[in-house]
Ligand binder design. Structure first.
Ligand code: ADP
Ligand code: MG
Length: 247
């Protein structure tokens, strides 16, 4: 039987005294991949940040459960320990901690302990798969990384941490064709071999080509106003969001 991993019910979120999400409903079962589309400014990233517990996003109402537990009462670290992962639209640069050490400590925080030797070997394998130069493991997190390298570093974290639900916020934006292919292969690996659940925020069909999509949601002005199957992605790419914005 399908097991629900995420349930968002009537979620209202505000930023700087302005309500952005006006009652979002979303249900996602274990192992499913959902795509979230919508025009710029609809509130897609706001949903990702609110689910991850970013303190700038104030919960004004509603309820969220993750694996049956109340999510909104947990802090960011507890949410990530519970198996939630957010890949940022614009990953931040963190001087003073290397990519490798960042991933190792994130894994330890989540109770995934292994010998340093085993960790290094696994990290190298995943970096090779993502066509990342191994020297990046020793570089400070995202500092001086190109847009594509930052996105690959996010996918590297995904493959190492194997969270139970990953929210990917425009992981494919600004990537060249080769990088899109690599990032997409990484997401496919997470979907198939880690049996991960995904909420993918995207405008592009390229990233979805090799992935199985179970549901597509359309968010307009802070609400999910339509849910359909994978074909809704193509429909939107043909006709845009104009039809929804007139509602
Ligand atoms: P999307 O990801 O769908 O393009 P966002 O969630 O980024 O949309 O933004 C939704 C609305 O919330 C926009 O009007 C945006 O200006 C506002 N907003 C989001 N984050 C912030 C923030 N940190 N500070 C001020 N306004 C914000
Ligand atoms: Mg966004």
């Amino acid at each position: 039987m399908a097991q629900e991993i995420l349930n968002v019910s009537q979620l209202k979120v505000g930023v700087e005294d302005k309500e952005i999400l006006h009652g979002v409903d979303l249900s996602l079962n274990k192992g499913e991949t959902h795509v979230l589309m919508g025009p710029n400014g609809a509130g897609k990233s706001t949903l990702g940040y609110a689910l991850m517990g970013n303190p700038r996003y104030e919960i004004l109402g509603g309820k969220v459960t993750f694996n049956g537990e109340d999510l909104l009462s947990k802090n960011v670290a507890e949410r990530s320990q519970a198996g939630l992962f957010l890949s940022f639209q614009n990953p931040i640069e963190v001087p003073g901690i290397t990519l490798g050490n960042f991933i190792r400590s994130s894994m330890e925080q989540r109770g995934k302990k292994m010998t340093y030797f085993k960790f290094k070997k696994l990290l190298q394998e995943k970096m090779e798969f993502l066509q990342m130069d191994p020297s990046y493991a020793e570089r400070d997190l995202n500092v001086g990384f190109s847009g594509g390298e930052k996105k690959k570093a996010e996918i590297l974290q995904l493959l190492m941490l194997k969270p139970s639900l990953a929210i990917l916020d425009e992981t494919d934006s600004g990537l060249d064709v080769d990088a899109v292919r690599t990032v997409s292969a990484g997401i496919e690996e997470y979907q198939k071999n880690c049996k991960g659940s995904l909420l993918i925020i995207t405008h592009s069909t390229k990233i979805l080509e090799s992935l199985t999509v179970d549901y597509t949601h359309v968010m307009v002005e802070g609400k999910i106003i339509e849910t359909g199957d994978a074909s809704l992605v193509d429909k939107i790419n043909e006709s845009g969001f104009a039809e929804y914005e007139r509602i």
